[in-house]
Every structure is written in structure tokens, then in C-alpha cells.
Design a protein around this ligand. Sequence first.
Ligand code: ATP
Length: 465
Amino acid sequence: MKKIAYGREILEWNASKGLVHFQTKNQLLNDFNRLSQSLSLLSRDNELDGKILVIKDVHHFMDDPHVMSILKEIAINIYNGLETIILLVSPILKIPTELEQYITIVEIDYMAEDAISNLIKAFIKENNFDEISDELLNELTIAFKGLTEYEIVTTLSLAYAKEGNLKRRDLTLIYEQKYQMVKKSGILEMIPFNESFNEIGGLENLKEWVSNKAKVFKDLNKAKDFGVDIPKGVLVVGMPGCGKSLNAKATANLFGIPLLRLDMGKLLGKYVGESEANMRKAIKLAEAISPCVLWVDEIEKAFAGIGNSGNAEVATRLFGNFLTWMQEKTSPTFVVATANDVSNLPPELMRKGRFDEIFYVDLPDPLERQKIFEIHLMKRRQTDLPAIDCNELSKRTEGFSGADIEGVVKESIEIAFISGESQVKTQDIIKSIENTASLSVLFKDKLKVLADVYKNNHFKSASKK
Ligand code: ATP
């Protein structure tokens, strides 16, 4: 801050003390601790000329019409020759329409890897910690990515207070910090998972493809040196309840990295540029946490406005930002986007170069249904499984989704329990099947439309067919 001031006096306004000297924090106006009062005084008496004013946490005051009108007046005066700079400091981007044209946005980036590494080394030296191996230094550096300098130093101090040294187990402290950070962001969510590909019946093509990408991801530097591109991600479209979300979780599990879910609905804000800023924030945060899987669930919902009136413009811009990022991204952030209905998705999203591949998940075929029955029975009634005829169950469940099959298994187990039976038999499950209206019955027309869209787009089938 001092560097950019070039000797000019710096004033600061903060909510606890009002107007203070930036460096000494000495109060300058005792009675005027409301922002609007301080601002009107400063602008009336031409007090700002030749000075810099830093307003802290300004987002709290962006709804105050008085503050807005004085800021606008100052901006116009600056345009007409007033020599001052107003720095609006805020953790979130919130720009009212009337100020939009007068403001330049400067985003503070997360710390770079070498800066983090130097910070750790300096901390070790200052506190006379034992030297750590290059490998641990590297692991800590990557784990600290996305945290602020303050958070990094606090975590290091915590590790020091605990054991007087830095150990590999301190990584858990860092992951806890990151979990908090994602939680606080309100845009991304860290999803716990323990699902594996063994729990997905069928979708063999998709599983094989993801497993290959996992090999690249796990040895990224070597793969890059060999000339392999960093995997960007996959778009999985298809029938509801057929394992798309399950696949996102199993992917993160296989890659051995955190799973972040981006809630597109939460991105949309009411201020000018807020939605785009939220998108940038989400992307930056995901990149900072990377390597990670970024799961963009029901991507079609976010872009529903495109082509319609209402917030179509915002949706188009959001979409543009997302596409550019997908196209240019070099960070190890693997995107798994899922969608049920692609008929409203803009064709640009489907173009090669955005996603590495687009898979279409259909309703399970007979063999897949049999496998899904086995998986869900294995989970709950392992001892009954050998006597259950899953082949017969599969024959009776044409048009059922994976979620339908799971529902049938759960229901038959519950009924068997309530009736006091000691085991679940094929016949019990058949009864539940007969009582279930499958997905293909409930959404017959809709499914036909979707199937045509997938066929016409020539998406790759997630199943081996
Ligand atoms: P939606 O689009 O409605 O979110 P989805 O395709 O993401 O649906 P999932 O959430 O993955 O569906 O599936 C719902 C549940 O159905 C899963 O938790 C899982 O238990 C079961 N299921 C679906 N497909 C399969 C499958 N292929 N193998 C095993 N279980 C499955």
C-alpha cells in the first residue's frame, strides 16, 4: 500500500474506529464514525485532494443510498480533476449499478507455490524447526495452496504448538482449514465420498475411460513431460437415477483427491457482475484447492436462462466465462459435469476441446440390471445373495433405472423385516418390483425425447454395447 501511495497521505475508514490514519490508526474524526458522515465531510471540505482513502469492508454499505450518492459525486469530481484515489476493500464483489462505470476491479490472487514454499522455509528457520525433506515441503506447499498468508502462518504455528515440529500428519490440519474455507465460500461444497467403481453396475466404457485419466492424473508431471495433455474433464448426460452422481463420487475416490460440488443456483447474485464474480471466485477456489474434482451438477439448470428473456444475459456471460476457463485451464482441476436434459444446452458446450469426452448414460441393459441388483443386495443382505435369482429379477425390470432397482431392494428388505422373515427371497423382491412404477413408465414421453437427443448428438455410450 505504501509503495503505491508515492508519498501521498493515506486515510482509512473502518467500521470500528471511523476515519483513521492508515499507518498509525489514530482517529481523525471523533464524532463522525458513520461512513456517510465521514465521506460527506471529506468531500465537502475538499479534504481528499492529494490523498488516498481506503474504505474497509465496503460491502456492508453498498445498500446505503447516501454513501452511494457521495461516492458517485466523488467519482465525478475525480473525473473532473480531483486528485484522489478511493480504494474500496471488500471480501466479496458487490458493485451497485450507479457506480459500475467508475470502478476498476482488482482481484487479489492466492499465493503462488514458490511464495508458499518460501514462507514455510522462513517459518522453519525463524522457529528453529528441524529441517524437512523436499518431498514433505512439496506436499505441504501443494496442500497450503488457496490459503492466505495469515492462514498458513496460523496453521504452521498450530503444528508447532502441538509437536514443536512439522510432520506429514500436519497435513490433516491443512485439510481441515481448506474444508472450512470451502464451507465459508458458500458457493462450493466439499462432498464426502467413499463410493468406488465396484459399486457401479455397468457403465463399463465410462469407468474404463475415467480409470485411464486417473493414471495420467496420478503421475501428472511425468505424463506432462511425456507430452500428455492434462485431463480437462467429462460431461456425463443421461437418464435420471442411472449413476451420474455416483460416478462423480467414484471418480474423486479413484483419483484420490477432494470432490467439490459447484452449485450453479448459488452463483446467481443481484448486483451487477456479482454472478460472474461468484463464478470467478468458485473457479479460483477450485484451482487453489486443486488437484480436485469439480463436480458441476445439473449443468443445464445454470444455463437455463440462455436464449430466454429474464437473466439470459447473465447466464450467457456466466456460460462464456465457464467455457473459456474449460478451454484454457491448465490446473489439475478435473471437471465432472452432469446433466439430465441436454436439449437446452448450448451447442458450444458440446464442442470438442471443452470436455475431453461426453458420455451418454442410458437405462441399464439386462446384464447391468443384474449387476445393480447384486451390488445393492451385497451391501445389505450379503448372506441372502447366493440364493437370490438376480437374472430373473433383471428380466422383470426392463425400463428400471439404477435408482429404481435400489428402491426395490430397499423396500423388499424392509417388508421382509416387518413380516418377521429371517431372509430376503427372490419372490419378496418380485413383489416389490410389481408394486413399482419404473422411471420409463413415469416419464415415458420425456425419455423418448431424451433418447433421440442423445442419439442425434452421437455421444459415446457409457455402457459397453
Ligand atoms: P439424477 O440425475 O437424478 O441426479 P443420477 O444419474 O445422478 O440421477 P445417481 O444419484 O447416481 O443418479 O443414482 C441414484 C442412486 O441409484 C445411487 O445412489 C445408487 O445407489 C443407485 N444407482 C444408480 N445407478 C446405479 C448403478 N449403475 N449401479 C449401482 N447403483 C446405481
